[in-house]
Design a protein around this ligand. Structure first.
Ligand code: GLU
Ligand code: MG
Length: 442
C-alpha cells in the first residue's frame, strides 16, 4: 500500500466511516456504485474487488464477465450529504490486472498519456447548465420550472439562489472549486462553472457534480436534470468547456502579440476540434434529445465554425486580458450536459492533438451570427452543419478512424450498436406532433 492509501485507511478510522462507495462510470456516462465495508478496503487497494461486469451495459462480452474494481485513493472524499459515508473513483481492470478496454476512465487516461508523450497536459473548465423543476414530476404534464427568471436574474424569492449556494458549499466540501454561478436563460435553468483542473480530475468532478446537484435539489423538494433540451421553447443545457494545453508551467496556447494571443499550437488544436467535430458528435451529444438542443436555437451551436465574440460558433476564443497568458484557452460549445465526460474529453483532446500533429490550418473566423445566414451562404464560406439527428451523427461516426482509435475497437462497436438501437426505437415512434399535424387532415 502507498502513503495515500494508508492515509485513507487512517481517515476512515478517525472519522468513523461505515460505508465506502466505490464509484465508476459506464459507457453511457451513468455513475455506478458498489458499497464496501471499511474492513474490505485494504484488500480492495491491493487486489481490487471483483464484480460481475455483465450487468453493466457495455462493460463486458458475456464470456468475460469477471472484472476488478480498483479504488483510486487520490479521489477519496467523505460525502457531506450522507452520514459516515465516503467515496472513491475506481479504475476497472480485467482479472489479469490489465485495464479494461471498456472503462471510460481508462480511455481518457490513455489519451492523456498520448498527450503527455508529446509534452502536453490537458486542462478543462466546464460551464455546466441544468434545469431545476418542481417535484413531483407527473408524466404527460410536462415539467414545472422552480422559477420564471432569466439570464443572470436575481430571483426575488431566492429559490435558485439558495439552491446554488447549498450546492456550491457541498461541492467545495468535496474539494471541487466553483468559479462562477448564475441563473441561465430558461425558467429554472442554472449554470455553475468549475475552476479548471486536469481533464481526468475534471471528468471525476463532473460525475460528482451531477450527483451533488441532484442530492441538493431533492433536499429542496425539486429535481435537477441535465437533459439537453427539456423544454422545447427554452434554451437547452450545454456543457461548454474551456480547454488548454500546458507544457510544464507554460500555456501552449498563449503567444503574446498573436491574434487573440492564440499560439500556432492553439490554432491547430482548434482546427482539429472543428475538423473532427461531426464524427465525434455522437459522443459529445449522445442522445436523441441532444439534437433538439443543437438545432433548437438558444445559443447552442449547430455549425462548424469558430469565432471570437460569436456565440453561434462551435468553438470560441473567449475575451482575454492582455498579459494573462496562463488563461489563454479555447471554448468548445457543442458539448452538452448529459455527455460521458471521460469519452468526450478524450475525443476532444484527440481531435486537437491530430490538428497539431498534422498541422491543420484554421479556417477563417466567422464573425456573423451563422444562424442568420442561408445554407448557401454558409456553404460558400465552407461552414458545415453538425449532424441534425442522432441517426446522422452515428452514421458519420461509423466512418471515423479517429473515434475508432481513441475508443478502441470493442467500445467503438458497442457504442455504435447502442446508439443505432436508440435511434431505431425513436424513429419508430408516432409522436404527438404527427397526430396533431396529420390525423385530422390526411
Ligand atoms: N444554453 C446554451 C447552450 O445550450 C448556452 C447559453 C450560454 O451562452 O451560456 O449551449
Ligand atoms: Mg451558459
Amino acid at each position: 500500500m502507498n502513503r495515500q492509501q494508508e492515509y485513507v485507511l487512517r481517515t476512515i478510522e478517525e472519522r468513523d466511516i461505515r460505508f465506502v462507495r466505490l464509484w465508476f462510470t459506464d459507457l453511457m456516462g451513468t455513475l455506478k456504485s458498489v458499497a464496501v465495508a471499511p474492513a474490505e478496503l485494504e484488500q480492495a487497494f491491493t487486489e481490487g474487488i471483483g464484480i460481475d461486469g455483465s450487468v453493466i451495459e457495455g462493460f463486458t462480452r458475456v464470456y468475460e464477465a469477471d472484472m476488478i474494481v480498483q479504488p483510486d485513493a487520490d479521489t477519496f472524499q467523505v460525502l457531506p450529504w450522507r452520514d459516515r459515508t465516503a467515496r472513491m473513483f475506481c479504475d476497472i481492470n480485467m482479472p489479469d490486472g490489465t485495464p479494461a478496454a471498456t472503462d471510460s476512465r481508462n480511455i481518457l487516461r490513455r489519451t492523456l498519456d498520448t498527450a503527455a508523450e508529446q509534452g502536453f497536459t490537458f486542462y478543462t473548465h466546464p460551464e455546466i447548465e441544468f434545469y431545476l423543476f418542481k417535484e413531483p414530476y407527473e408524466r404527460g404534464r410536462g415539467p414545472v420550472p422552480v422559477d420564471q427568471a432569466g439570464y443572470f436574474d436575481h430571483v426575488a424569492r431566492g429559490d435558485g439562489h439558495d439552491f446554488r449556494r447549498a450546492a456550491i458549499e457541498m461541492l467545495e466540501q468535496m474539494g471541487i472549486s466553483v468559479e462562477f454561478s448564475h441563473h441561465e436563460g430558461g425558467p429554472g435553468q442554472q449554470e455553475i462553472d468549475l475552476r479548471y483542473a486536469d481533464a481526468l480530475s475534471m471528468a471525476d468532478n463532473i460525475m460528482t457534480f451531477r450527483t451533488v446537484v441532484r442530492e441538493v435539489a431533492l433536499h429542496e423538494k425539486a429535481f435537477a436534470t441535465f437533459m439537453p433540451k427539456p423544454l422545447a421553447e427554452h434554451p437547452g443545457s450545454g456543457m461548454h468547456t474551456h480547454v488548454s494545453l500546458f507544457e510544464g508551467d507554460t500555456n501552449a496556447f498563449y503567444e503574446p502579440g498573436a491574434d487573440y494571443e492564440l499560439s500556432q499550437t492553439g490554432r491547430r488544436f482548434m482546427a482539429g476540434v472543428l475538423a473532427h467535430s461531426r464524427e465525434i458528435c455522437a459522443v459529445t451529444n449522445q442522445f436523441v434529445n441532444s439534437y433538439k438542443r443543437l438545432w433548437g436555437g438558444g445559443e447552442a451551436p449547430a455549425h462548424v465554425c469558430w469565432g471570437h465574440n460569436n456565440r453561434s460558433a462551435l468553438a470560441r476564443v473567449p475575451m482575454f486580458s492582455v498579459g494573462r497568458g496562463h488563461s489563454r484557452r479555447v471554448e468548445v460549445r457543442s458539448i452538452d450536459a448529459a455527455c460521458n465526460p471521460y469519452l468526450t474529453y478524450a475525443l476532444v483532446l484527440a481531435s486537437g492533438l491530430r490538428g497539431i500533429k498534422e498541422g491543420y490550418d484554421l479556417p477563417a473566423e466567422a464573425e456573423d451570427d451563422v444562424w442568420m445566414l442561408t445554407d448557401a451562404e454558409r456553404r460558400a464560406m465552407g461552414i458545415d452543419p453538425l449532424p441534425q439527428s442522432l441517426g446522422e451523427a452515428v452514421a458519420v461516426m461509423e466512418g471515423s478512424e479517429l473515434a475508432a482509435e481513441v475508443l478502441g475497437e470493442q467500445v467503438f462497436d458497442f457504442y455504435l450498436r447502442n446508439k443505432w438501437q436508440e435511434w431505431g426505437e425513436y424513429r419508430s415512434q408516432v409522436t404527438q406532433f404527427e397526430l396533431d399535424r396529420y390525423l385530422l387532415h390526411l
